[in-house]
Design a protein around this ligand. Structure first.
Ligand SMILES: [Zn+2]
Length: 306
């Protein structure tokens, strides 16, 4: 009887373990173009650090993956989900930035023979922060990071590169970075679809971090606007249009930069500049209270240092 109870307990623990494993579902945004929409909250053991959007494009000569996810395990889950849509092999992985969820799954995709591509400025940041990013994930995800290590891209592009694969035209564009130094976008001119990586946030407030450049980010955003994308897969939040991206990313960056530029020009001290900044138009966005203070102070310091 005791033995039977232990077996039942053991089996139900296994079942619970499975229930908490991350399962990704491809969302079709255009013919042969899919997105994975991650959590909008922080990294947790349940979301396995996949609190961001990624995606893939199916071509007649293989699949192009946009961002490899935060771990080996999540990368493998991305691949499993891709295989529910196509039998084409993954040929190329683009890292649209150097934040953990954009590239720490590279090792898995490299092990299945994919070539990894990123904008050139991503490399230095990956080399500087890769181990640190992995340590951070280890603290939240514990054993779920098993097998993950920083694996750098095989190849880099400067301003742009066009991938022509199986009838698809896929443009990789680097502007001025933003959230991270190597932020780039994937643009599909025929389908009018933009994978914006961490340069567009909707639903949740964007984060200006110590390695970000808010002024570079706004300049990049203005370049993205010129593409006039009909469908945008933001780095975080639901699939959106350009008007929404402007309201929740472009307008916010502009507010921070204009206010802090004026403050620095007038010689106003950091704390006074933060206190006099009204960010309430963006208070409906997730993580507003968590990030608004840091965003304000980092933009001030960036402009003061210019
Ligand atoms: Zn991100």
């Amino acid at each position: 009887m005791i033995r039977l109870t232990s077996i039942v307990l053991f089996l139900s623990c296994l079942a619970m373990g499975n229930a908490f494993a991350l399962t990704l579902t491809p969302v079709r945004v255009a013919p042969d173009v899919y997105a994975f929409i991650g959590d909008t909250g922080m990294r947790t053991a349940d979301n396995e650090g996949m609190n961001a959007n990624t995606g893939f494009i199916v071509t007649g000569e293989g699949v192009v993956v946009i961002d490899s996810g935060p771990t080996w395990k999540v990368a493998k889950e991305i691949h499993r989900a891709i295989k529910t849509v196509t039998r084409q092999p993954v040929k190329i992985v683009v890292n649209t930035g150097d934040q953990d969820h954009r590239w720490l799954g590279n090792g898995y995709f490299k092990s299945i023979g994919a070539e990894i591509v990123a904008a050139r400025p991503a490399l230095a940041d990956m080399q500087t922060r890769g181990e640190m990013q992995l340590d951070g994930l280890r603290q939240t995800l514990d054993k779920k990071v098993v097998g993950t290590r920083p694996v750098y891209p095989d190849r880099f592009f400067d301003q742009s590169e066009t991938l022509r694969l199986g009838g698809q035209k896929i443009q990789l564009l680097y502007f001025h970075g933003g959230h991270t130094p190597g932020d780039s976008v994937v643009w599909l001119p025929k389908q009018n679809v933009l994978f914006a990586g961490d340069m567009i946030y909707v639903d949740r407030l964007l984060g200006v971090l110590p390695f970000s450049s808010a002024t570079g980010w706004l300049a990049s955003f203005e370049m993205m606007e010129k593409l006039k994308s009909k469908t945008i897969i933001p780095g975080h939040g639901q699939v959106c249009d350009l008007a929404r991206a402007r309201r929740e990313t472009g307008d916010y960056l502009r507010l921070l930069i204009l206010h802090m530029q004026q403050a620095v020009d007038k010689g106003i001290a950091l704390q006074d500049a933060i206190d006099s900044l009204d960010q309430s138009a963006f208070s409906h966005l997730i993580n507003f209270d968590l990030l608004k203070g840091g965003n304000a102070s980092r933009v001030y310091l960036e402009i003061e240092g210019q």
